[in-house]
Design a protein around this ligand. Structure first.
Ligand SMILES: CSC[C@H]1O[C@@H](n2cnc3c(O)ncnc32)[C@H](O)[C@@H]1O
Ligand SMILES: [Zn+2]
Length: 434
């Protein structure tokens, strides 16, 4: 079994309600954190011990991106500054018709490179060609929850339901347990009631969580009222979605008081995606109100086709600052609370809080080392404030996922970075025609 000791670390555990920073070493055996304290690396059994010196660095849990369409990294910068529905129907959906498995693999590897280099160790993905997404997750060494996107606006629905079954059979629990499958109806406005019921029955059969977009724009809410006489949240609630399933809701921006009440005690959580919401002019999600109802509010980027960046440090800043601005209260969403949204709250939303999201013995060793020897991270009066409000993805020096070092001194170890960039550029040229 491989053994790693991270020495001389300042450890932000994210295991407690208030910040806890320990000074010491982290002992890792195989994929798990074994102990935290003072560890004599020579004394750990007979096996060779890899020592990582973390002097001058902060170690924290790997960040968790709860909403992504990773392969959409191919569409970065392709079509910006449009309304969501124009962007989807005029630019993205036509381009997605030209995707194939190779392009999705190349796009997901590009996204994985960017995510690892900015400290993300786990992501929740909804897309097409999920076998190729899963291969990329396996090859990059990341952890992910994956679902086949189910849009019932074309004649591909049956094929995609079948693809969900295949994703489960082929990938659920695979890649040393780093991949979990979910069921992914795209959104209330693309899933009519009978189809959504079929999707929920499938989720029940597979004992799977459900990942769905929800109430992203005012237009979507208006459309649901026109079609069904109710809000998207009420539509899902009436179909029994919240009562019977672990649900990951992406966006949840445009919610009424009644909607928020319906989400009380939600099993699962909300992925708040503030940068994407800001860029698409969607509004600001009622994060505080959701939290008050006991909802786990996590962070996501959405795809780089809309968000442009997959750097979760940008989302951490935006999440805190938007709530302060929305409420006129600078005490709303503190630095530490924003860091929790990117770690332990993300783990809760994905149903993985027993395995990841904090640094504790027994949890998986998904860890990031942040180089604090930078002018913008000095002096170190308050580590949480610096990480939330000043740090960015480029400050991440070393990343471990499942006990394996996947980046050291900013060098990716699971992929050849230049090749990944070249293959993604070639795939983007094949798919983007205008
Ligand atoms: C069914 S797979 C995912 C599907 O969703 C599209 N998509 C990407 N970003 C968004 C967003 O912000 N709201 C709604 N749908 C989005 C993506 O292009 C795929 O077609
Ligand atoms: Zn999305």
């Amino acid at each position: 079994m491989s053994r790693i000791v991270i020495k001389n670390a300042r450890i932000l555990t994210m295991a407690t309600e208030a910040p806890q920073i320990l000074e010491g070493d982290i002992g890792i055996e195989g994929s798990c954190i074994r102990e935290i304290g003072r560890i004599d690396a020579k004394m750990v059994g007979d096996d060779a011990v890899t020592v990582i010196d973390a002097a001058g660095k902060v170690v924290m849990p790997g960040l968790i991106n709860c909403h992504n369409h990773a392969a959409m990294a191919l569409f970065r910068g392709y079509s910006d500054d449009l309304r969501l529905m124009e962007w989807l129907s005029q630019k993205i959906w036509p381009a997605e018709e030209r995707l194939d498995g190779d392009a999705v693999y190349a796009g997901t590897m590009l996204a994985a490179a960017e995510m690892i280099k900015s400290g993300t160790t786990t992501f929740a993905d909804m897309y097409f060609f999920m076998d190729d997404v899963a291969r990329a997750v396996r090859d990059a060494g990341m952890r992910a929850t994956l679902c086949q996107g189910l849009l019932f606006i074309d004649n591909q629905a049956e094929r995609r339901l079948e693809a969900t079954r295949r994703l489960f059979a082929d990938w659920h629990g695979k890649a040393e347990g780093r991949i979990k499958a979910m069921v992914g109806p795209h959104a209330p406005y693309t899933c009519p009631p009978d189809k959504l019921q079929a999707v929920m029955a499938l989720a029940k059969e597979l004992q799977a969580a459900i990942h769905i977009h929800l109430s992203e724009t005012v237009e979507e809410v208006d459309q649901m009222f026109d079609r069904y006489g109710k809000s998207p949240v009420r539509y899902l609630a009436d179909l029994g979605l919240f009562a019977e399933h672990h649900v990951l809701l992406a966006h949840a921006v445009n919610l009424s008081r009644d909607d928020i009440h319906l989400l009380k005690g939600l099993r699962g959580g909300v992925s708040h995606n503030p940068v994407s919401n800001l860029k698409l002019g969607c509004g600001v999600a009622p994060v505080l109100e959701l939290r008050d109802k006991g909802v786990a509010v996590a962070l996501g980027t959405d795809g780089a086709g809309s968000a442009t960046t997959l750097d979760l440090f940008e989302e951490i800043k935006a999440a805190a600052w938007l709530q302060k601005n929305r409420t006129g209260d600078p005490t709303a969403v503190t630095a530490y609370q924003a860091l929790r949204m990117a770690t332990i709250e993300g783990a809760r939303a994905l149903g993985l809080a027993d395995r990841i999201g904090s640094i504790e013995p027994g949890k998986q060793a998904d860890l990031i080392l942040i180089d604090m020897n930078k002018p913008h991270l000095f002096p170190q009066n308050d580590i949480c404030a610096l990480l939330a409000y000043a740090a960015n993805g480029a400050d991440v020096d070393t990343v471990l996922i499942d006990g394996k070092v996947v980046m050291q001194n900013r060098q990716l170890l699971t992929m050849h970075e230049a090749d990944v960039l070249a293959e993604a550029a070639a795939a983007a040229r094949r798919v983007i025609r205008d």
